[in-house]
Design a protein around this ligand. Structure first.
Ligand SMILES: Nc1ncnc2c1ncn2[C@@H]1O[C@H](COP(=O)(O)OP(=O)(O)OP(=O)(O)O)[C@@H](O)[C@H]1O
Ligand SMILES: [Mg+2]
Length: 233
């Protein structure tokens, strides 16, 4: 579904992505984990058309999308729930969702709200007054309003309490169960490796290690660096 090969992104004098290879198959959850500043968000932005690649290929459902404007990429069925949520805080939940909806607009609202009953109860509340977890749900729900086949999620668990992190990861699993493919960037490597089929570890603008998520969770070096030293049972 998504095939990335040799992807490079240069900003000024700095080469931030230095030849990234990554694939996401239909119906898969693929997790990208890694320390701060290794290029995870840059990768998401290059895929979604926010940053222009300096080299390499990005193919979505067989078509080359590298360098396309982000609205064209969204229109092809690839949406991003960006890092930091970026919701319109002075607008209501409903307005955020409808604005995110593009051509499908209101027709998508019921379908999306079925996944987020909590948001349904808060449709006229200002988005800025939602809790952190509710704001994250709104961010994901807004991305789903475009009816994507591939969803990019950048740090959905960031800043949330453990109980909410579990709810968000369960939600990600249920979105996949609804038929979407997901590329998930997370610093919560433990949680991400649990729900992902495959995973990649990013270091210094490259994929340092990739494989089945369960194998990475059982890898001693991954555990020491990203799972607090504890190898998954
Ligand atoms: N627009 C930009 N201009 C210059 N440098 C940038 C730009 N965007 C990102 N960078 C730099 O690229 C590097 C990777 O940033 P990126 O946001 O991709 O990291 P990350 O892996 O998502 O980190 P985090 O886990 O903290 O979110 C950082 O050093 C960052 O400062
Ligand atoms: Mg980031």
């Amino acid at each position: 579904m998504l095939e990335i090969a040799g992807l490079r992104v240069v900003m000024g004098a700095q080469e931030i992505l230095r030849g990234v290879d990554l694939t996401v198959g239909a119906g898969e959850i693929v997790a990208v984990v890694g320390a701060n500043g290794v290029g995870k968000t840059t990768l998401m932005r290059a895929i979604s058309g926010v940053y222009r690649p300096s080299g390499g290929q990005i193919r979505f459902e067989g078509a080359d999308i590298a360098g396309l404007a982000s609205h064209r990429i969204v229109a092809r069925g690839l949406s991003q729930a960006p890092e930091g949520r970026q919701i319109f805080s002075s607008m209501s939940v409903r307005e955020n969702l409808v604005l995110g909806g593009g051509p499908h607009g209101l027709a998508e609202l019921d379908r999306v709200l079925a996944l987020f009953p909590l948001l349904g109860e808060r449709m006229s509340q200002n988005a800025g007054s939602l809790s952190g977890g509710e704001q994250q749900m709104l961010c994901i729900a807004r991305a789903l309003m475009r009816r994507p086949r591939l969803l990019l999620l950048d740090e959905p668990s960031l800043g949330l309490a453990p109980k909410l992190i579990r709810i968000i990861f369960d939600l990600v699993a249920s979105i996949r169960a609804a038929g979407l493919s997901i590329l998930l960037v997370e610093q919560n490597a433990r949680g991400a490796l649990k729900i992902a089929d495959r995973a990649a570890v990013m270091e210094g603008g490259r994929i340092a290690l990739a494989g089945r998520a369960a194998d990475l969770a059982a890898d001693r070096r991954v555990a020491e660096t990203y799972l607090g030293g504890h190898v998954e049972a």
